[in-house]
Design a protein around this ligand. Structure first.
Ligand SMILES: C[S@@+](CC[C@H](N)C(=O)[O-])C[C@H]1O[C@@H](n2cnc3c(N)ncnc32)[C@H](O)[C@@H]1O
Length: 240
């Protein structure tokens, strides 16, 4: 491993160990909390994200920060004969993904997005849903994604974003900052996890700035679509 890669590994592991422990602990309630927090809308967001990257039949698709496997399942429901490769550093999240995806042509790997254990240009498509805001080295992960996606391939990133119209901000802001942490704490019995959520969304850049990071990482034709009034943004890019 080169000196630079060793440094990335050290930064990633030290910055992320607590976050991964947190995802391990909330994994049993994660899917239920997702449906509740998004008022059931996350399924529609995932559907749109998968549709946005025109996955061809038989494609090999990377689902980075795959968690419990929802994006892979959505892709499998839209396109035939896919091979889904899910990557996540949380063993507990991966264990749930394994159960949910085992009847399909899938592979799961425990790894960081900043150091993908794959050769160059082996994926037709890649996607990340609600994961990249937790990465300590976003730009490194975006470059890694570009390295493993073949020329002409596409990337979809779904993420929670914090700039919203005023009325939605006040309503959703109260729901998100007060109700979600309270219910999340009760359901997961983990006080920090659902307080971390609004804080991590606030720390994530505005869509225009994140799209700029994607361009810096080498992605082309980057576009973004606000959903649910800007609470969530879908970013789409090509590797030209
Ligand atoms: C909010 S969950 C999203 C899971 C899934 N993509 C979904 O849509 O439900 C975030 C996931 O990101 C993973 N994660 C956090 N830091 C990561 C990193 N540096 N590299 C890869 N995955 C990471 C966590 O383990 C967790 O499973």
């Amino acid at each position: 491993m080169s000196g630079y890669n060793q440094q990335v590994a050290r930064n990633t592991e030290s910055g992320n160990r607590d976050i991964i422990r947190m995802f391990d602990r909330i994994s049993p309630v994660y899917d239920r909390m997702n449906r509740l927090m998004s008022l059931g809308m996350d399924r529609r967001w995932r559907r749109k994200a998968v549709a946005a990257i025109d996955i061809p039949n038989g494609a090999k698709v990377l689902d980075l920060a795959c968690g419990t496997g929802d994006m892979g399942l959505e892709a499998l429901s839209q396109v035939q004969n896919l091979q889904i490769v899910g990557v996540d550093p949380s063993p507990a999240m991966l264990a749930i993904a394994r159960n949910r995806l085992m009847t399909w042509n899938t592979a799961l790997s425990m790894a960081w997005g900043e150091q993908l254990p794959f050769r160059d240009s082996i994926f037709d498509r890649a996607m990340i849903a609600f994961g990249i805001r937790s990465f300590p080295n976003r730009l490194t992960a975006l470059k890694e994604l570009r390295r493993v996606v073949m020329p002409g391939g596409k990337l979809a990133i779904l993420e929670m974003t914090s700039r919203k119209p005023a009325t939605l901000e006040s309503l959703f802001g109260w729901y998100f900052r007060h109700l979600v942490p309270a219910v999340g704490t009760l359901m997961s019995r983990h006080r920090h996890a659902y307080h971390y959520l609004p804080a991590s969304v606030d720390a994530f850049p505005e869509p225009r700035d994140f799209a700029g990071e994607m361009v810096v990482a080498g992605w082309n034709t980057v576009s973004w679509i606000p959903m649910a009034g800007g609470v969530v943004t879908l970013f789409v890019a090509e590797n030209q």
